[in-house]
Design a protein around this ligand. Sequence first.
Ligand SMILES: [Zn+2]
Length: 93
Amino acid sequence: MSFCSFSRGEVFKNHFKPGIYVCAKCENQLFSSHSKYEHSSPWPAFTETVHEDSVSKHKERPNAYKVRCGKCENGLGHDSSLKFVPKDKVDGQ
Ligand SMILES: [Zn+2]
């Protein structure tokens, strides 16, 4: 089993296999690959979370949000803060 991580953002950027992205610390389900979209930055971007309370947002500056895992408060957006779980692994749980 291999997981992608933010430290290989370029891999994530063109990573559109079906599956979910989970918190690397507590495995809380955060984002679905359905909500991922292509964009110009090397970071993955998502339009919606798996659950409404999957993440918590804290406004840092007028245009900047700090996003944390809604469960363990792990700060997202740092290297290795996300893990990708292929859909077949998710269904097998
Ligand atoms: Zn977490």
